[in-house]
Write a protein of this length. Sequence first.
Length: 166
Amino acid sequence: MKKISIRHIPKCVDIAMVVLGIMIVAASFSLKGTEKPKLSDAIYLIGISALFFAGIILAVTVRTTVKFGEGSIIRCRWLFLFWKIDLDQVVSVSYTLRSYMTRGGGRSYCFDLFFYTSSEKYKRLTEHLNYQVAEDCIRRKYDNVQLIQLYRYIEEIAPDKAIGRE
């Protein structure tokens, strides 16, 4: 069984961070509207803020572990979240390289591996890349990309499903 580690944050973690952010804003507005806030309200705001900052630290430091190599099941794990991708239910697999501007003015690069289960539905694994590895990918040198190992494995066991770069 092969095991790779990628910088991929599951979608539910993004949603949870947005919800916590909204809760922080709502709690701070409710405290601002009162003359003398209660101690329990302040503790609530501090607790939610601590959860938010802990979530940011975990999102930056924790990597997703992907295990494959024994049959058609790909097992993924991020912290305490587990999910599987069954290649028998996948219609096709493709990959792409994306670049976009960050808020600070720099560029960020992502290598995406798409698992299409139907024409509209897909699952995605994303690996965030530094600029040297992204430049190699532009030159079609994918040696330093972890997710390409998974794609090569899919090419071996199901060559009809591996459609290549989009």
